[in-house]
Design a protein around this ligand. Sequence first.
Ligand SMILES: Cc1cc2nc3c(=O)[nH]c(=O)nc-3n(C[C@H](O)[C@H](O)[C@H](O)COP(=O)(O)OP(=O)(O)OC[C@H]3O[C@@H](n4cnc5c(N)ncnc54)[C@H](O)[C@@H]3O)c2cc1C
Length: 430
Amino acid sequence: MAVDFEPDPLVAELAARTARFVREEVIPIEVANDGVAGSEQVRRELQAGARAAGVFAPHAAEEFGGHGLDMRGRATVFEEAGYSLLGPIALNIAAPDEGNVHMLEQIASDEQKARYLAPLAAGDVRSCFAMTEPAPGAGSDPDALSTTATRVPGGWRIDGRKWFITGADGAGFAIVMARTAGVPGDRGGATMFLVDADNPGMRIGRHIPTLDESLHGGHLEVTFDDCRIGDDAVLGEVDQGYRYAQVRLGPARMTHCMRWLGIARRAQDIAVAHASRRRLFGSRLGDLGMAQAMIADNEIDVSAARGLILRACWELDRGRHAGTEVSVAKVFTAEAVWRVVDRSLQLCGSLGVSGDVLLGRFLREVRPFRIYDGPSETHRWSIARRVVGRAAAAADSAADAAVDSAVGATVNGTANGTAAGGTAGPAGAR
Ligand SMILES: Cc1cc2nc3c(=O)[nH]c(=O)nc-3n(C[C@H](O)[C@H](O)[C@H](O)COP(=O)(O)OP(=O)(O)OC[C@H]3O[C@@H](n4cnc5c(N)ncnc54)[C@H](O)[C@@H]3O)c2cc1C
């Protein structure tokens, strides 16, 4: 089946409306706040504006008040929302809520959907996703998961420490990954739990100071100490947490790419506007060869990233796991977005590092994306393992085929040359 890059007319119209809303209503608030997410009141005002503009919750199912876009539709609309650091918050498609809406739609029971998904999709509450732990716990290697959930009468008890939990401050609930079987280092044995923020066993700790500041609710340490929850808090099935994490992580990696691609485009627009006005050495900056190279490389990075995102989304929309396509798009986009913002800042000279444009803020915001959602090195490792694994399997099956055909030749050489040789033949031909 051919990949179709043409967005559906309804998606294109929603993207155009989103672009207008972001430029007219969101960017003035973003600039006034230096791109920092700001207060809960700002979030609510932005979301009220998005509702009025008819662009709120493009990802959520229609029954939860959204537009029900598939992954390719999201690629077009999220990029427009991502043109401002605060656009995703306005549309209720910022991390981690957007990924949590997606996962709850796929996995939650009807009761859990009514209790957690409906208010989350409506923007009435925020949420967080608690997987990462301080060393030696889970990070790039999820098998190191050390937070435990043990069975107690009537439910479960969670104990452990998490950190870098985005949005935990002010979240209404957390989706928590805890070990229900095996020991740290074992593959599998994790379960996801829904934990209400007012649970006395869940403590929100320190705000971790970080390079980035645009994600609402910050990045926090969260401690679980004798945190008691009922059986109804299990999300999906016990011991299936890693499988469910893939349901969330593949699409969530792509939606992060989409949003940051919007910021890369904005950075390029700022740089090109500057380069087309600024005069140096008797010509326009944008007519000088080395500046042209940076502008062209930005265009190439943005276009290539968009193509890779759409390709991965197309696979996800077909129900495929798309592990390699997602990893390729994630690594390329995270690194391309950084290059684009860095070149754009360079093109603007001292203006680029000043607070008069937001390029310095963009640079700080995009850098952590090369670490979260899987560091570039983890994705490269996993891409290479698949490629080498396929080559090794092909080599093994060629060797098997050679053995099979040798065995077949011997058997065919006997007086009764049908049965065994007849079975080995087609396998050898494959
Ligand atoms: C801004 C931000 C927000 C985050 N939000 C959340 C959140 O909401 N919820 C949550 O659960 N987590 C969150 N995280 C955590 C994030 O998912 C982890 O940082 C990430 O998984 C990497 O884990 P780690 O930091 O423990 O690094 P480690 O696992 O210790 O890795 C350190 C480094 O090792 C290298 N490396 C990794 N794999 C390989 C390999 N195979 N070969 C060679 N080198 C390798 C990489 O360079 C990597 O950066 C967030 C992180 C950041 C920075």
